[in-house]
Ligand binder design. Sequence first.
Ligand code: UDP
Ligand code: MG
Length: 157
Amino acid sequence: MHTEERTFIAVKPDGVQRGIVGDIIKRFETKGYKIVGLKMLQVSNEQAEAHYAEHKGKPFYPALIKYIQSGPIVAMVLQGYNVVAGARHLMGATDPDSAEAGTIRADFAQLKEYNVVHGSDSVESAEREIKIYFNENELCNNGKSMSELVIEHLDNV
Ligand code: UDP
Ligand code: MG
């Protein structure tokens, strides 16, 4: 049996500051993924270090920790079939210059140091990252299609 996955997505501070949050969220919504968690927050030092623990010690780590805290992020949990890999596909490669045209990073960014969006790289990473940014009671599962809304409405009038 197939089940839906969840992934952690963030519009990074450069995306928020540039006012392209809506454009980025739209890519994921248009694909059909369901937003089950969404908030703007200022990333704490603890959250930044937990989020990017795998990169500790790399040359770009200090700049990365500074970047992710350089302004608020818009954090999201998306749900859907194969959403972890699917969202990464929509995001494109880490370096916007290598990302395929049509992906978020190719279309909205120029530098890998300011690549506008984060997405978990595996189901395990997603579970770990979601817990860094969200409490379970902040996640909702309330999406409905238009046809479901129409039928529910007609059945109740
Ligand atoms: N990063 C960077 N320089 C590098 C590699 C990565 O500034 O040489 C940043 C970039 O913002 C990237 C993040 O560190 O999104 C995490 O790197 P990772 O390799 O996990 O890329 P991602 O999973 O975000 O594509
Ligand atoms: Mg990564």
